[in-house]
Design a protein around this ligand. Sequence first.
Ligand SMILES: [Zn+2]
Length: 311
Amino acid sequence: MHIKILGSAAGGGFPQWNCGCRNCSGLRSGTLNAAARTQTQLAFSPDGQVWFLLGASPDLRSQIVATPQLMPSPGESCSSPIGGVFLTSAEVDSVMGLLHLREFQTFFIFATSAIQRVLKSENRIFDVLHRADPPVQWQTLSPGARLACRFGEDPSAPPTFICAPVALGGDYPDFVGAELRRSLPSQDAVLALRFEQAGKSFCFAPSLPENSGEGLKVAASSNIAFLDGTFWSDDELMQTGRSHKTARKMGHLPLSGRDGLLAQFPSGSECRKILVHINNTNPILDENSDEHRVTRDAGFEIAYDGTEFTL
Ligand SMILES: [Zn+2]
């Protein structure tokens, strides 16, 4: 399996267009030891030819254009190597990029039934995906059910890879209407996705709500885990005056503290732990900060855009 990090920041990217926080200002002025990052987006390929997107970030168009592996064959229209998109939630950060893929290209979208309902029934703008002929094909992810994905027509052939979705609890985004929200099962709201091929696996969990214990166990048993690195502390956005919500209230376990991700991740795991979805306010972005050092000392890597992995 080939995996590439196309983006590693949380919503808004780093720097964020309207943010004058210490990190964003320092990056703009060149006084902060940090790298700019686009919004979180991964791509993986089971065979080095067909690629799947994990999430669909608001920066997706520029991320695809900057990635040689995702370029179409010369001389052929609608010949993208992108075969599909796996969605972990209906958050704007995770789905907005679908609108960049509306150029009459057919592909698969893998999402829970509830996320499909959110996108199809309340957000008709996503109907633009159905202009392709044949139209985009929706495939259902069910938490706890392993989905075998095969290339080729033979249904008896061994799967090319397996996707195992894990329910993390958590909430639906604020934009989902109250009536629809009441009818949606909580286990369909936020997923961790584990991809397996030939005895190797990686896990993608850009949002880890509180009580994601089951998801952390699955992540810890993978070769690589891409984990929620949104906030360092629970009151991070409250301190900037940008929000009255804690990190936990926003569906993100903070990194620090006795109950934070660094302390809670199962110990003794040989899993390579890589933080993605890092908010521009997070002090770990400053490579001279104590928080950056503490995170690295705890055995966690901090993702950069463009890094590639082979399993
Ligand atoms: Zn900022």
